[in-house]
Design a protein around this ligand. Structure first.
Ligand code: ADP
Ligand code: MG
Length: 367
């Protein structure tokens, strides 16, 4: 089921009587979510992810804009009639009911032509339970399950009605690191098996990058960039997106362009032929550095952290915006820790230049 968001906007009235300022939680969001894909809605806390999801679900009414499921305009439709499955961060299971009863619950409320017989309901419930691999726990109470198992029950409950669209709001946040990894792979598997169009909300860039067909990066209610995870990582549209994606994060420097050369501090690190002289902000991905005795960028060596196949070289530079620079180098490179400086050449496709004021990307050829 294709889902279309058309100029979707949500404005909340002010909570703070004094300032009287309203909150534009989601600002003019337009996007066509392709059928059968998993979309990661990504951004820091408060950027409007949940509000977007709640508008798609019908829990919140947009201030402006329309929502379509396929060709149906569902903007005015109630949550129950949209055919969606919803999963929240806190599993919200009924504690006094067994797993089976929890999963059956949405089916028992179906009315009219959708009404099912007891056997049909049981069959559906077991099918959903098998999909998330909890069919052996059907008689337990939620309190007798681990967090990961409880979240699977919540997912089964969302799937049992065979929703047209599956909406997940930070579904892994309450799980410990290991379970988070495992459960996100499960969600991806289930999504692929069922082919249900899914919107997955998270503030965790790694999580979004690893399971999404496409990511939508938001900031203060405004969509910054939409694309395949790798494309967005390789081609960020502004400094915010560049900084939000990647671990270790991108290294940021104050720089300037003078006479067709890009300077970091006093050093000309790259050629940017034909580009006007100006102050810029330079982002360099950790994997964008190459050790070289005659490297163009000189940094003060602080430390080398072993990461197995790679090492992370930690260094400083007066032009660096972050306290330290982290560069990821193949562990075959031997670094003499007694030396005080380390020199790098830069890989052009890992260097992004931004307007120092607007923080928008300057699309220039870097050599
Ligand atoms: P996210 O899920 O990305 O953390 P939200 O969508 O929950 O962000 O919130 C976006 C913005 O809208 C925030 O500034 C938040 O404080 C505000 N907001 C969310 N819900 C309400 C509400 N019911 N009333 C007033 N403001 C709200
Ligand atoms: Mg939220």
């Amino acid at each position: 089921m294709k889902v279309t968001l058309q100029n979707l906007t949500k404005i909340f009235p002010s909570r703070d009587k004094k300032s009287g300022k309203e909150v534009v939680a989601v600002n003019d969001f337009t996007f066509e979510i392709p059928d059968g894909k998993l979309i990661g809605l990504l951004g820091p806390s408060g950027c409007g992810k949940s509000t977007t999801l709640y508008m798609i679900s019908g829990l919140q009414k947009p201030t402006a804009g329309r929502i379509f499921f396929g060709d149906d305009d569902v903007t005015e439709l109630s949550t129950e009639n949209r055919g969606i499955g919803l999963v929240f961060q806190n599993y919200a299971l009924y504690p006094h009911m067994s797993v089976k009863q929890n999963i059956l619950f949405p089916l028992q409320n179906l009315k009219g032509k959708d009404k099912m017989t007891k056997n049909e309901m049981l069959e559906r419930a077991y099918e959903a339970a098998r999909l998330v691999q909890i069919d052996e726990l059907m008689d337990r109470k939620p309190s007798e399950l681990s967090g990961g198992q409880q979240q699977r029950v919540a997912i089964a409950r969302a799937l049992v009605k065979m929703p047209r669209v599956l909406l997940l709001d930070e579904p892994l946040s309450n799980l410990d690191a290991r379970l988070r990894l495992q459960t996100r792979e499960e969600i991806r598997r289930i999504q692929k098996e069922t082919g249900i169009t899914t919107v997955f909300v998270t503030h965790d860039q790694e999580e979004a990058m690893s399971i999404s067909d496409m990511i939508v990066v938001m900031k203060l209610g405004v969509v910054q960039q939409i694309g395949k995870p790798q494309e967005v990582y390789d081609n960020p549209t502004n400094l915010f997106v560049a900084k939000f994606l990647g671990t270790p994060p991108i290294n940021v420097f104050n720089g300037n362009i003078t006479g067709g050369k890009l300077y970091i501090g006093e050093e000309a690190v790259m050629d940017v032929p034909g580009v006007e002289d100006q102050a810029v902000t330079v982002g360099i991905r950790p994997e964008g550095f190459e050790l070289a005795d005659d490297g163009k960028l000189t940094c003060n060596l602080s430390n080398v952290e072993v990461m197995g196949r790679d090492v992370s070289v930690v260094s400083t530079n007066d032009a660096s915006v972050n306290p330290v620079i982290r560069s990821i180098i193949n562990a075959d490179n031997k670094i003499d820790l007694s030396q005080t400086t380390v020199r790098f050449n830069l890989k052009p496709h890992k260097v992004f230049i931004f307007n120092a004021e607007t923080e928008e990307r300057l699309y220039v050829e870097v050599k």
